[in-house]
Design a protein around this ligand. Structure first.
Ligand code: GDP
Length: 434
């Protein structure tokens, strides 16, 4: 049965001008509308074949016809590729509209794919994540979600709840035949699925780190080489976003692609005793940055050696990674676990090895976004309630209610029980054409 009565169109490549723009036309009249964009309309549309045609704009284009069930959305679809000039885009989109298509809303193609059952909700969300991916690490996680990684974790939880619910109901309806409900076995089942949930909740925190970047605050006395270290790292690796904030006394951060992962290095205002109001503000900001960082590098100067002030910082920032800079000027016999020279580029590889090791410990197995995390928290609370209920041998109707509630929450993650408003909000955040 056809779910959609209208046909939608949009460019699915980025905004032009570009060498090529791809258009997707999807809906019941897609093949007809697609054909009207070619001068000599192909008489028969052999599916999944590329037709090189002169388009109504006079340029050559490529058209591919997808039948229902074999396209991205699941509906009849045409993909058309033409030159990516704004003029050509305007002419082709106008013509498609005149022939009955409507310009698609952001995310509408993927929404149709979801509503047609081609993708489950977490997989559809992963499409947007794949498009936004800045690093290979994030891309790989989003790709795994698109292929169903989170879907299958949530399905495992859901199946366990459905199985318990079936047992509760069977024991109510057919207690004479199958005997009383086995509270002990049910508790064991809950204990069995808890690690899946705990892993997902831990992954939610890690996913947040991967998304925003692993934050590394570089702290130390003035002139130990904090800015030089940041510059050396940014020059060496690909800077993702340049973010120069405030005055030189303020903090400054740069995101770089560190061996496929997003690392945010924060050059902080030098920490030292001062009464200067602006400097004090900078120092306060530094303390906040350190509190929010995933790793703190305490940099000291190998030329002057380890000072009492460095010692004071080391006591304050107990988990900090201590790194000696200006290795090129180090006094003979100076000992340090990690020695670098920011200006000469010495020892940076080893420093990055250590940072990479710490970052990989914070990598999630499954990408869990904020929406999933919030629902998983609610599910965790409901599972906790179920566990207590099982221990107190509560009557089966209460168990049924708790299980149904849990199944409903999981269905909001996978999409089965997501409200139209929730679905709308998710897809409207997508880009046009996806
Ligand atoms: P910050 O105040 O901690 O940010 O320190 P800067 O990065 O501004 O560096 C202070 C001074 O030390 C500058 O003159 C740098 O050129 C110099 N410097 C930084 N790193 C090195 C290094 O590895 N070797 C040498 N010889 N000088 C360095």
């Amino acid at each position: 049965m056809r779910r959609f009565t209208d046909t939608i169109v949009a460019p699915f490549t980025g905004p032009g001008p570009a060498a090529v723009t791809g258009y997707r036309i999807s809906g019941p009249d897609a093949w007809f509308i697609g054909s009207t964009l070619a001068k000599n309309q192909p008489i028969e549309h052999e599916p999944m074949r590329a037709y090189v045609q002169t388009l109504i704009t006079g340029e050559l284009g490529v058209l591919i016809f997808y039948p229902e069930g074999k396209s991205y959305t699941g509906d009849q679809t045409v993909e058309l590729f033409a030159h990516g000039s704004p003029a050509s885009q305007q002419l082709l989109l106008n013509a498609a509209e005149e022939n009955g298509a409507r310009i698609a809303k952001p995310g509408e193609f993927t929404e149709r794919a979801f509503l047609n059952g081609r993708l489950e909700l977490t997989q559809a969300e992963a499409v947007a994540e794949m498009i936004a991916a800045e690093t290979p690490e994030f891309f790989a996680l989003a790709r795994d979600s698109h292929q169903g990684r989170l879907r299958s974790r949530v399905a495992d939880l859901r199946e366990a709840c459905l199985d318990l619910l079936a047992k509760v109901e069977a024991s109510t309806d057919f207690s004479e035949e199958i005997g009383d409900f086995d509270y002990e076995a049910a508790s064991a089942k809950v204990r069995e699925i808890k690690p899946i949930l705990d892993q997902l909740l831990a992954d939610a925190k890690r996913s947040e780190i991967v998304r925003r970047g692993f934050r590394i605050a570089i702290v130390g006395r003035p002139n130990v080489g904090k800015s030089s270290l940041l510059n050396a790292l940014v020059k060496r690796d690909r800077a993702i976003v340049t973010n120069i904030a405030g005055t030189t006394r303020d903090t400054l951060e740069e995101s770089i692609d560190l061996r496929g992962r997003k690392a945010v290095f924060i050059d902080t205002a030098g920490l030292h005793d001062t009464t200067d109001v602006v400097e004090l503000l900078g120092i306060e900001r530094t303390r906040q940055e350190i509190a929010g960082a995933d790793l703190t590098i305490l940099l000291f100067d190998l030329e002057t050696g380890w000072t009492d002030e460095d010692q004071k910082f080391a006591r304050q920032f107990r988990d900090a990674l201590i790194v000696g800079n200006k290795l090129d000027l180090a006094k003979p016999g100076a000992e340090v676990a990690i020695g670098i020279s920011a200006s000469e580029g010495l020892g940076l590889e080893r420093l990055l090895d250590v940072i990479e090791h710490k970052m990989s410990a914070a990598t999630p197995k499954t990408l869990v976004n904020e929406r999933h995390a919030a629902l998983l928290q609610v599910f965790a609370a409901s599972l906790q309630e179920l566990e207590t209920a099982l221990q107190s041998l509560v009557p089966s109707d209460l168990l049924s209610t708790l299980l149904r509630e849990g199944i409903h929450i999981l269905g909001q993650i996978s999409g089965e029980t997501a409200s139209p408003d929730m679905i709308d909000e998710i897809f409207r955040r997508f880009c046009i054409g996806k």
